[in-house]
Design a protein around this ligand. Structure first.
Ligand SMILES: [Mn+2]
Length: 476
């Protein structure tokens, strides 16, 4: 689970009006963002080149993509986050870039009349005045730009238009990411790119390359697995800290703040999604993100909080008792969710799926487990309170591309997250872990943090004891 904020865009309409605002320049918040945007780490250039080559082998026309422009959002708190497909193919995390690559040569011949480069990266020209505000950006005129970006040809973004015009004379079909639906899907970015292509190359037929990119993204490279593991490890550290910190009287946002601090301190550049800390009645709201309840004695608390590292996002949920001790009813429901998760885990291997129905479905196994254990207050089975799917892919997006009913394959990284939410009892429980599908089954990437209710209580009791000792020391 997790709500993924619609992340597009940029922070600074301010830079377009520096003169008007020069009087405000002394604020610390403006100056503190003067930094380049590239991520903590990235994969070697060859990995991105290999992905482009794979896509190029599947198309019969140029692939033309824009990264985010940096003007998609006006929020001052926004930190630039590249469009995922563009990042996946370039590793470039700065605004205003463009990418063109051409179909692969067939039978050793390119079989077309294009004599220009087969791959081009377009970047905004060097702009020293703007860099005083936003920090240094990668520019086409930078020394060793080819080695840095992995592109033999790096040109100024304004050149992209003339290149597309020339290509459109030679190729009847151009590939880009088409919006999901004509009117609203992919708004505003994908729509803007398509409108631009229609303007620049009105005669060209546009075809969608989303499926080809999404298919590749489902199988993770070793570099992606390393970044995901780092994001998961930081998230587990944060969840353990939350278990130790949790007590009645704290606000949900305080627990969330503690977890975010652990992520940031460990090198996470952002959260993968808005943190969910839902106590008592809020435990039954799947994407609860208000975090304003004072946690009460007896509350159950759902913590769905995941770090992002180098662009890759973990998705981890633990559910714990606010006062350190599950009530018998909370423990009963918790144990059913845990049993369902274990039953689902046992189903994970290549060829199986997380579809809503069918014999090979890990979802169905988890649903049947929940529906055949325990009852609600009216004696009814609990399946009706399992209101979401079992699993989704994670990666650059917390909800990475993937089909629920497609067979699992080695190299996929997915969540396993059954849950039961009974509003009538103010009782929601979700347990969410991240796993890598392997040749023979799965690797449990988030196993380090216990799911055992006895262990959770032990950790919380030890922390409470330590707190009492420290506060006594403080009193002396
Ligand atoms: Mn999830």
């Amino acid at each position: 689970m997790s709500g993924h904020p619609w992340r597009i865009g940029s922070r600074f309409w301010l830079v377009s009006a520096p003169l008007i605002l020069s009087g405000l320049l002394c604020t610390v918040s403006l100056l503190s963002v003067a930094q380049a945007q590239e991520r903590r780490e990235r994969e070697p250039n060859g990995v991105y080149a290999e992905r482009r080559a794979k896509i190029a082998a599947e198309v019969d026309g140029p692939v033309i993509l824009w990264g985010y422009t940096g003007r998609e959002e006006s929020a001052q708190t926004y930190v630039f986050h590249q469009e995922d497909g563009f990042y996946y193919l370039t590793g470039h995390n700065e605004e205003g870039a463009g990418l063109i690559f051409l179909p692969a040569a067939k039978n050793g011949s390119t079989n077309d009349n294009w004599t220009g480069p087969r791959e081009m990266l377009f970047l905004p020209p060097k702009d020293p005045a703007k860099e005083k505000w936003n920090g240094v950006r990668t520019a086409p005129s930078d020394p060793e730009i080819q080695a840095r970006t992995g592109f033999a040809t790096v040109e100024a973004f304004p050149e992209m238009r003339a290149t597309v015009e020339r290509l459109a004379k030679l190729y009847p079909t151009l590939f880009t990411i088409l919006p999901y639906e004509k009117e609203n899907g992919g708004y505003p970015h994908e729509k803007a790119v398509v409108e631009w292509l229609q303007l620049v190359a009105p005669q060209a037929k546009l075809k969608d390359v989303r499926q080809q990119i999404n298919a590749l993204r489902q199988i993770k490279s070793s570099g992606e697995l390393a970044f995901l593991q780092k994001a998961i490890d930081l998230s587990l550290d944060a969840h353990l800290e939350a278990m130790k910190t949790m007590r009645p009287g704290l606000y949900e946002y305080q627990v969330g703040a503690k977890m975010v601090e652990v992520h940031a301190w460990g090198g996470s550049e952002a959260e993968g999604y808005a943190p969910i800390v839902g106590a008592g009645p809020n435990s039954t709201a799947l994407h609860y993100d208000k975090l304003d309840r004072k946690i009460a004695d007896g509350d159950i608390v759902v913590l769905d909080v995941g770090a992002q590292y180098a662009g890759y996002t973990a998705d981890i949920t633990r559910t714990i008792p606010a006062n350190g001790k599950f009530t018998p009813r909370q423990r009963e429901i918790y144990s059913i969710v845990l049993g369902a998760q274990n039953a689902a885990l046992a189903m994970l291997k290549p060829g199986h799926n997380v579809c809503k129905k069918g014999d090979n479905s890990a979802y169905k196994v988890s649903y049947d487990y929940i529906n055949s254990h325990g009852k609600d207050l009216h004696g009814k089975p609990l399946g009706q309170y399992y209101i979401h799917g079992l699993s989704h892919h994670i990666g650059l997006d917390v909800h990475d591309p993937g089909e629920y009913c497609a067979p699992l394959r080695p190299g996929m990284v997915i969540t396993v997250e059954p849950g039961i939410y009974i509003p009538e009892e103010n009782l929601g429980v979700r347990i969410e872990d991240d796993v890598l599908i392997t040749e023979s089954g799965y690797k449990f990437l988030s196993e380090r943090l216990t799911r055992d209710p006895d262990e959770v209580e032990k950790i919380m009791a030890a922390a409470a004891k330590q707190r009492a000792k420290e506060s006594k020391k403080g009193d002396d």
